[in-house]
Every structure is written in structure tokens, then in C-alpha cells.
Write a protein that binds this ligand. Sequence first.
Ligand SMILES: [Zn+2]
Length: 66
Amino acid sequence: MAQRLRCPTCQRAIQWSEQFPYRPFCSDRCRLIDLGAWLSGKHAIADDAAQAAEERAPGLYEPPER
Ligand SMILES: [Zn+2]
């Protein structure tokens, strides 16, 4: 009866059942990895860019023109 699927993080085969409380992920670890990847793609890069600019010219950070 249980639906079969794969963990989006590690591609491990799991079942859609109470055996896998973190579904669609196989484990809490894979859930956090996926969340972390999403966050690093959205926020961490912007933070790094602002921080790097501040190190070069403190207080004079200007966003790059587009
Ligand atoms: Zn996994």
C-alpha cells in the first residue's frame, strides 16, 4: 500500500509511511541538508557579497549596478 519515492537529497528509496517521519526525506539529516541548500542559495550568497564589499571599503558599500 505504501507509496514508494526517493529522498530528494540522497536519492535513497523510501516509503510514504510512518516508518519515515521525515518524508519525503529519508531522515532529519537529509531534511536539514535540503533546507540548508535552499537557504545558502537565497541568503548566504547575498550576505557574503555584502560582507566582502565591506571588508574592502568599510562603510562605503554600494550594490553593484545592473
Ligand atoms: Zn536521504
